[in-house]
Design a protein around this ligand. Structure first.
Ligand SMILES: CC(C)(COP(=O)(O)OP(=O)(O)OC[C@H]1O[C@@H](n2cnc3c(N)ncnc32)[C@H](O)[C@@H]1OP(=O)(O)O)[C@@H](O)C(=O)NCCC(=O)NCCS
Length: 187
């Protein structure tokens, strides 16, 4: 596996842009990550049901649209661990999403390194001014990684018991976090 020296990197990870040709193994890992029910739940989405060929077509369509930018997160050996994306891109802002699909790699710093690499790219190379995100209030692992990369809470809801919504179970609450270019420079 050849890692281009121009791809964003930090610590243990290198970010491979989706615009680069992906190997069959990388496509498969990318796809499996979005089919995993546990990861989908943490991500507030449903596990993907579409076949791999259609997934490839959807991703390539989004890559060409210009309002989002995605990267594969590669480890020290160049192995695909997950993805980090900037979407809802404007000339000054973007929203961030991140998934490490290899669950046995959670909690080892790969997520934080990927966040630091993408923030350096967004603020340094792209000249963005603010990166925002939203995550579940109960997703403490993700929040810890975001805090370690320099994000702060925008508003943190007061502690309250979960409310029941007509038999649909506890209402899931979100927290919003963000980082500005100035905050990143001073972090
Ligand atoms: C969120 C995610 C990207 C973070 O990546 P990661 O590689 O696991 O994160 P890191 O190892 O860099 O940092 C995680 C931190 O959370 C801590 N942590 C783990 N579980 C925790 C918990 N239940 N409560 C508080 N902190 C926790 C870890 O100890 C670590 O902090 P430390 O380095 O100070 O010890 C990854 O876990 C993931 O993809 N999860 C599933 C999908 C998801 O939640 N995506 C985010 C949606 S917005």
């Amino acid at each position: 596996m050849t890692l281009s020296s121009t791809w964003p990197r930090h610590g243990k990870v290198t970010l491979k842009p989706f615009t680069e040709p992906l190997s069959e193994t990388e496509w498969r890992r990318f796809y499996e990550c979005f089919r995993d029910p546990e990861i989908a739940e943490w991500n507030g989405s449903r596990p993907l049901r579409m076949p791999l060929w259609l997934f490839k077509r959807v991703v390539m369509g989004e890559v060409g649209r210009g309002d989002r930018l995605g990267f594969g997160i590669l480890d020290e050996q160049g192995e695909w661990l997950g993805t980090v994306e900037l979407y809802e891109l404007t000339p000054s802002e973007a929203t961030l999403g991140i998934l490490i699909g290899a669950k046995d790699r959670w909690g080892q710093g790969y997520g934080t390194d990927a966040l630091k690499a993408v923030l350096a790219y967004a603020f340094g190379h792209m000249g963005l001014k603010r990166i925002k995100l939203r995550t579940y209030k109960h997703n403490l692992r993700a929040q810890r990684a975001f805090l370690k990369a320099g994000f702060r809470y925008v508003q943190k809801p007061a502690q309250s018991p979960p409310r029941l919504s007509f038999g649909l179970g506890p209402r899931l609450e979100f927290v919003a976090m963000e980082i500005t270019k100035e905050e990143w420079e001073g972090f």
